[in-house]
Design a protein around this ligand. Structure first.
Ligand SMILES: NC(=O)c1ccc[n+]([C@@H]2O[C@H](COP(=O)([O-])OP(=O)(O)OC[C@H]3O[C@@H](n4cnc5c(N)ncnc54)[C@H](OP(=O)(O)O)[C@@H]3O)[C@@H](O)[C@H]2O)c1
Length: 248
């Protein structure tokens, strides 16, 4: 059992699969209360039921992070039901990689809306509560692509660099309110993320790459536990991890 996890109220966006789901499971097993946000109702309701049946506390709230009001409703539901919000994990995201010359402009818009604006809406929803509590913790999900750019990754990388930039600004600004700010940048982790790639060439390449190197999603969940379980006066600002097999 990790320390400083039990009893914390944790809101997770993108909790219906992959990193968000694995994190909800591990946090719940360690005694945290989890509030699950995503668009796929069946997935988050089934997960909340599983966690509750195992003795945990969990709530599912259908949430599209591109809608500011829905993100506010998610966070407000956590505070109304459980009395507070200790951790906001801004995790929802997608990675439809493709060369810029393919002009998949709708996908650029979607990545900006989910990967950047979704995180900002999470900050907007949780910050007032954390300010009032004089405590809290933001965990924002960037990527190795938030540290380096490659062909086909320009827009995705731009959104993940943006997550790091806004998180660093947030970190500096929330000092007076005793709020911690962590950015986690994973390498290849086996999730449904490659399914968002629509360009057949890029999809084949990314699926082959993931099949060769990706590690299970609880790698990310353990990084969350590490950041959360530090004493309250220790703020883990950045975690970058890759599968041992991943070169770039
Ligand atoms: N897996 C990796 O290798 C990797 C590496 C670096 C960074 N990341 C980042 O990790 C995060 C989680 O991705 P994952 O790997 O776990 O992929 P995933 O299995 O595809 O999960 C993505 C999650 O985001 C949610 N989501 C997408 N659009 C949404 C929207 N508009 N509103 C609310 N939720 C939305 C999905 O839920 P619904 O579809 O139910 O809404 C799903 O729960 C992303 O930010 C991704 O960029 C992943």
């Amino acid at each position: 059992m990790s320390t400083n996890i039990e009893g914390k109220v944790v809101v997770i966006t993108g909790a219906s699969s992959g990193l968000g789901e694995a994190t909800a499971r591990l946090l719940s097993a360690d005694g945290a209360t989890v509030v699950l946000g995503a668009r796929r109702r069946d997935r988050i309701e089934a997960l909340a039921e599983t966690l509750t049946n195992a003795g945990g506390k969990a709530l599912a709230v259908i949430t599209d992070v591109t809608d500011r009001a829905q993100v506010k409703r998610l966070v407000d539901a956590a505070v109304r039901t459980f009395g507070r919000i200790d951790v906001m994990i801004n995790n929802a995201g997608l990675m439809p990689q493709a060369l810029l010359e393919l002009l998949k402009v709708d996908e650029w818009d979607r990545m900006i809306d989910v990967n950047i604006k979704g995180v900002l809406y999470g900050v907007a929803a949780a910050l007032p509560h954390m300010k009032e509590q004089k405590s809290g913790h933001f965990i924002n999900v960037s990527s190795v692509a938030g540290h380096r750019v490659g062909p086909g990754f320009a827009v995705y990388a731009a959104t993940k660099y943006a997550v790091r930039a806004l998180s660093e600004g947030l970190r500096q600004e929330v000092k007076p309110y005793n709020i911690r700010t962590t950015v986690i940048s994973p390498g290849a982790v086996a999730t449904e993320l490659p399914n968002s790639v629509t360009d057949p060439t890029a999809a084949a390449r990314i699926k082959k790459f993931y099949a060769g190197v990706a590690v299970p999603a609880d790698s990310f969940a353990r990084a969350v536990i590490y950041a959360m379980s530090q004493p309250d006066d220790v703020d883990i600002n950045e975690i970058l991890f890759r599968p041992t097999k991943q070169e770039l």
